[in-house]
Design a protein around this ligand. Sequence first.
Ligand SMILES: [Zn+2]
Length: 298
Amino acid sequence: MELGRGRLLRLTLMGGQARVFLCDTTGMAQEARDIHNASNTCSAAMGRMIAATAMMGVNLKSDGDRITATINGGGPAGPLCAVAGPDGAVKVTIEHPEVELKLKANGKLDVGGVLGRDGQLTIMRSYGFGEPYLGKVQLVSGEIAEDFAMYYLESEQTPTLCALGTLVGENIISSGGILIQAMPECSEQLLDQLEIRAELFGSISQLLSEMSLEEIVENCFRGLEPEILESMPLKLECDCSRPKIEQVILSMGADEIRDLIREQNGCEVTCHFCRKHYMFTGSELEALVEEGLSGSDE
Ligand SMILES: [Zn+2]
């Protein structure tokens, strides 16, 4: 998969009794690993988070809507945060991407260990206008998939099966996820069938390394009348810009900015998501303060 790119399928089962999101976000996980120079375990954490938020973001209605998901589990890697929009754009950051732990007894990367399990998954839905909607659940395991499944169940009363996986070698071998949601009219038979097949999805990263998304659908949902409604592109993309960074600086207040001018004759701001550097000279900051103040009621 091309660097920074991914793809998502939206489908239904049994005439709409369940809906499914399935995504391959390998190229996005690789770019996130490169940007943040992340350890294997932090790469897996970001890879899973990218897939989880991408599948949530594509359900948003309008262009300016955003999902911001944050896992704050008290682990050594610090908070993990991702933002996704309805256009398939996702950005991700983790506070200490270099943190590494030894493999778990089962040979898997210890994502729950680096993120910690004592805390919450917070989902903020922001719309172009009005107050954002905030939902929170206690972390189940810090392994991300179970935490999102709990969020869907508790906050949205939707029984959800969620599997996320990132296979890490020297590079990202595969990364992605699947989300299956039972609709209110879902039959017992379909629920039973999904329960039986859930084990297949436990190794979603393995499936993604071997098959295309369409092949996974064909293999995993045989007999359940899968109907693919849409295939859409995903991308890792940051929407930071100089004007946005200027707003962040202005929000510090005039006194703080004047201190920066006096003490270091300028400042450098680094975007947490894409690690891009923005430089401001003392005179640029001065102009910003002047402009900012004239724009307000002071
Ligand atoms: Zn950025």
